[in-house]
Ligand binder design. Structure first.
Ligand code: G
Ligand code: G
Ligand code: MN
Ligand code: NA
Length: 253
C-alpha cells in the first residue's frame, strides 16, 4: 500500500509515540529540559526511524497532520512531565521546515501552546541547519515564534552550510552541536578544528550551546572545560517513553 496512507492510518491507529531525552547542565548535571522525539511502531515493518518517515511525510504533504499529532502526544504527557521537571524546564520539539511553510503552522502552534500547562515549560523549537528556510521567510517566522514566547535552537549545527548567515542577523537562542563532532572527542589526538571553530563562534556570538550525542565521561569533561552549556546523550539517558523517563528522573532526585 501507499506509504502516505500508512502515515495517516498509523496516526489513527496510534502507532506513533513520543520519547523523551533529558538535557543536563554541563556543570552540576542538573536536568534542565527534555527533547521530544517521535517514534513509529509499524505493525509489519517494526520500528521505523524518524529519519525515514519525517522526510517522507514532508514530501507527501503530511508533515502538518503528523506534527499536529505529535503536538497532541506531547500535550498528553505534559501533566506528568510537569510533576518531575522544574518550572521553566525547556521542552525541545523538532520542527520540520515543511511544516513551518505550511498554511496551518501558526494555528497549529497557537493551539499547541494553549494545550500545555500555562506558563510552565519553556518551549524550544529545534530547526535543523540542513534545511534552514529562505532568509525572507525566516525573518518573519522566527520573530513570530519568539513573539509566542518560544525559543529557537539550530539543530545539527555543523552539518549544513546555511545557518551562519542567520547567526549575525537574528537572535537564535541555542546552538545544538551535531553529534558527529562530539563523537570525535577522545578518539582523535587532535580534536576537530571545525568543532573548535564552532565553539569559538558560539562564544563570540554569546550563544548558548548544547552538545548532542554525549556518550562518554571524557566527552562530557572536555565539553564542560570548553564552556559548552548543556549536554545531551546516552551518557545520561537514551530517549525514554514517559513512564521510564519519570522513573529515571525520580531516581536522580
Ligand atoms: O530520535 P532519533 O535520533 O532517531 O531522530 C533522528 C532524526 O529525526 C533527528 O534528526 C531528529 O531531529 C528527527 N526527529 C525526531 N523526532 C522528530 C519530530 O518529532 N519531528 C521532526 N521534524 N523530526 C524529528
Ligand atoms: O537531530 P536530533 O538532535 O533531533 O536527533 C536526536 C537523535 O539523536 C535521536 O534520534 C536520538 O535517539 C539520537 N541520540 C541521542 N543521544 C545520542 C547519543 O548519545 N548517541 C547517539 N549515537 N545518538 C543519540
Ligand atoms: Mn533535535
Ligand atoms: Na540534532
Amino acid at each position: 500500500s501507499q506509504p502516505g496512507r500508512e502515515i495517516l492510518s498509523g496516526i489513527k491507529r496510534n502507532q506513533f509515540s513520543v520519547v523523551w531525552q533529558p538535557v543536563v547542565e554541563s556543570s552540576g548535571l542538573r536536568v534542565t529540559g527534555v527533547e521530544a522525539l517521535l517514534r513509529w511502531q509499524h505493525p509489519q515493518a517494526g520500528a521505523i526511524p524518524p529519519d525515514a518517515f519525517i522526510g517522507y511525510a514532508e514530501a507527501q504533504d503530511l508533515i502538518a497532520p503528523l506534527t499536529q499529532h505529535l503536538f497532541k502526544l506531547i500535550a498528553a504527557d505534559a501533566a506528568t512531565l510537569k510533576s518531575v521537571l522544574p518550572p521553566g524546564a525547556k521542552m525541545g520539539v523538532n520542527i520540520a521546515p515543511g511544516h513551518m511553510h505550511s498554511p496551518t503552522f501558526k494555528d497549529d502552534v497557537t493551539r499547541f501552546v494553549a494545550s500545555l500547562p500555562p506558563g510552565y515549560f519553556q518551549l524550544v523549537f529545534e530547526i535543523t541547519e540542513r534545511d534552514m528556510l529562505q532568509e525572507k521567510e525566516a525573518v518573519s517566522l522566527f520573530s513570530w515564534i519568539h513573539e509566542q514566547g518560544i525559543e529557537i535552537a539550530i539543530d545539527d549545527f555543523g552539518t549544513g552550510h546555511s545557518a551562519l548567515i542567520y547567526l549575525e542577523r537574528f537572535t537564535l537562542d541555542f546552538l545544538k552541536i551535531d553529534r558527529g563532532f562530539i563523537n570525535a572527542i577522545g578518539t582523535e589526538t587532535v580534536t576537530s578544528p571545525v568543532l573548535d571553530a564552532v565553539l569559538t563562534l558560539a562564544s563570540k556570538l554569546n550563544m548558548t550551546t548544547v552538545a548532542e550525542g554525549v556518550e562518554t565521561p571524557e566527552q562530557a569533561k572536555w565539553l564542560r572545560a570548553r564552556g559548552v552549556n548543556y549536554l545531551q546523550g546516552f551518557l545520561f539517558s537514551r530517549p525514554l517513553p514517559l513512564r521510564d523517563f519519570v522513573l529515571w528522573q525520580r531516581n536522580r532526585i
